[in-house]
Design a protein around this ligand. Structure first.
Ligand SMILES: [Zn+2]
Ligand SMILES: [Zn+2]
Length: 259
């Protein structure tokens, strides 16, 4: 009796499994990078390609209500981009700055997961989201480099989140990636390896430039930006070393005045 019943019970379940498998193998389904929910990714680049519809709707790209020079966020999100008072007084050293969104809600959670909870896989989706930013079409770049972590922190964490974000970004832009272009902490770079001019100009700085960058346009990558002081120092270091221009790409921007 059980043998007779089994096919009628098992076959529909087996059929559903096969159909599910075929749909997955056909490139249809994907698991959300945040909640692991199975979903059908959108074809166009954007959060709907990597995150389920619920999570994707919580990851809007900021399109207005910020300073186009430093990314400072204004409380009035609907306002068209306009330079902030600080940038009008003292323009930043970088040529262009792009960021994906405000450092809040799900984007903030994903970046904290990436940075402090060893969720390194998130760098792929976030790096690709950044790579699809339309503002990058206006950025001149010969190479991509991450902002470095302090060696002590790198040893503790085991990876540099900025480098992990820079990997998919550089690949998408078809640009070379120089993971060690900048180093943090003078003691970690033997001074003898540096060009004399570069060494002299960077002795008092936080960063040192470890490669020849004369005449090159550089795209620096970091996960987030708060005051912009780190990015500013890094850009100035590269410009002092002879870079033709520095642009900055960030996943998120924290409102400057809240820190
Ligand atoms: Zn999700
Ligand atoms: Zn500004």
């Amino acid at each position: 009796m059980f043998e007779r019943l089994l096919p009628s019970i098992a076959l529909p379940a087996l059929g559903a499994t096969i159909i599910r498998h075929l749909r997955r193998t056909a490139g249809g389904e994907r698991r959300c990078f945040n909640c692991a929910q199975v979903f059908y990714p959108e074809k166009s680049e954007g959060p709907g390609r990597y995150f389920c519809p619920v999570c994707a709707s919580s990851l809007p790209r900021r399109k207005s209500g910020f300073c186009p020079l430093c990314g400072e966020l204004y409380p009035w999100e609907h306002l068209p981009p306009a330079p902030c008072a600080r940038c009008l007084r003292e323009p930043p050293p970088w040529q262009r700055l792009i960021f994906y969104g405000a450092h809040e809600d799900l984007l903030r959670k994903l970046l904290l997961d990436l940075k402090f909870r060893e969720q390194v896989h998130l760098a792929v989706s976030l790096g690709k989201l950044l790579a699809a930013h339309p503002g990058l079409s206006g950025v001149t770049a010969d190479l991509v480099a991450p902002l470095p972590l302090h060696p002590r922190r790198l040893r503790q964490r085991g990876y540099n989140q900025a480098l992990e974000l820079a990997r998919p970004l550089a690949a998408a832009l078809n640009l070379p990636l120089l993971p060690d272009l900048l180093a943090r902490g003078r003691e970690t770079i033997p001074q003898t390896q540096l060009d004399r001019t570069v060494r002299e100009k960077n002795l008092k700085g936080v960063f040192v430039c470890a490669e020849k960058v004369q005449g090159l346009h550089i795209l620096l990558v970091d996960d987030t930006m708060t005051t912009g002081a780190t990015m500013r120092e890094a850009a100035q270091t590269l410009l002092c070393a002879g870079a033709a221009s520095v642009s900055a790409a960030l996943v998120s921007r924290t409102p400057y005045r809240t820190c």
